[in-house]
Write a protein that binds this ligand. Structure first.
Ligand code: ISE
Length: 318
């Protein structure tokens, strides 16, 4: 029998996940969607049951597994409810807003492995190929990862700390995963006074350095890029566009307007891997765990604390 999935939150992310479970993910079926806005919930339900709140959805006997795509501040309570009922839960990043809340989740999940965190870049074919090249020794010892992460336009609700906690958190997780490392210090430069641009240099316990350009209002499109520089070579993402348009003595490459276009395959592969793991009862090796979610939130918290001073030491907060 397929896995009965309930999706909490029918915004951009919840709506996309709901469609994946309704249409594309094998071994799963969408049985419920919740959102305080009935119009949004209905539009993402594809005939599944609609709830106004997340808790009754988790408690419903019809729901076997839960995807949380509610606002960040609601994550902790929803994930804890799923753990209490023994239901697997895939929570969009961040796992929770504070280190204390993440720690509570890690403790409740210990030995049960019910919690996964939606750091979907771990399933992106480009990042995976880069990691495979690195792990196979094809570029020698890693020295530096150059990352850039640009959004076309910051959402209205974006504030100064969200550039770290909501957006750069992806680089924090993916570079830990790529290098299998922890961070030891950071230097941070805020560029301009709009709070939408940041240059970060993170040092790691294995000596490699991670540099990240964050720009929330890059205007031309959504653009994520990374290159790992090793002792014997480098491995870099190709531009993600699939086609080139040639016209009027020029060649054009398109960019997606947002992260859904760029990372659609990653979300699909992640959700499929999660369903497979839930059904087999065996954890998916590549999926971010509650512990990864705790570490990411801990680093973000320290980086936000260091922003005014332009940097400082980092350590895993457990
Ligand atoms: C956004 O808030 C996200 O959640 C996306 O995952 C990220 O890629 C994007 O850059 C953020 O602004």
């Amino acid at each position: 029998m397929s896995l009965a999935v309930g999706v909490i939150g029918a915004g951009v992310m919840g709506g996309f996940h709901a469609r994946l479970f309704a249409d594309e993910i094998s071994g799963a079926r969408l049985v419920a969607v919740s959102d305080p806005d009935p119009g949004r919930a209905g539009a993402s339900a594809y005939g599944a049951q609609v709830f106004a709140e997340g808790l009754p959805l988790i408690e419903s006997d019809a729901v076997e597994a839960v995807l949380v795509a509610a606002p960040d501040t609601a994550h902790h309570d929803l994930v804890m409810a799923a753990i209490r009922l023994g239901k697997p839960v895939l929570c969009e990043k961040p796992l929770a807003s504070t280190v204390a809340q993440c720690r509570e989740i890690v403790e409740a999940d210990a030995g049960r492995n019910l919690v996964s965190v939606g750091f979907m870049r771990r399933f992106d074919p480009a990042y995976r190929e880069m990691k495979a090249a690195l792990d196979a020794g094809r570029i020698g010892a890693p020295l530096l990862i150059h990352c850039l992460h640009r959004n076309r336009e910051a959402p209205r609700w974006f504030d100064g700390s969200m550039i770290v906690a909501n957006a750069m958190v992806h680089e924090i997780d993916i570079c830990r995963w790529l290098l299998d490392t922890e961070y030891t210090s950071a230097s941070l430069t805020q560029i301009g006074d709009a709070g939408d641009m940041l240059l970060a240099e993170l040092h790691t316990d294995r000596g490699a350095v991670v540099s990240v350009e964050m720009f929330m209002n890059a205007a031309y499109g959504y653009h994520v890029h990374a290159e790992i520089v090793g002792r014997e070579g480098t491995v870099a993402m190709a531009e993600p566009a699939q086609v080139r348009l040639r016209r009027g003595s020029a060649m054009q490459v398109g960019y997606s307007p947002d992260w859904i276009g760029r990372f659609a395959d990653s979300y699909r592969l992640q959700d499929q891997a999660w369903v497979r793991a839930c059904r087999s009862g065996r954890p998916c090796e590549d999926m971010a765990t509650a512990r990864d979610g705790l570490l990411a939130t801990g680093y973000c918290q320290q980086l936000v604390e260091h922003l005014p001073a332009g940097g400082g030491p980092l350590a895993p907060r457990m």
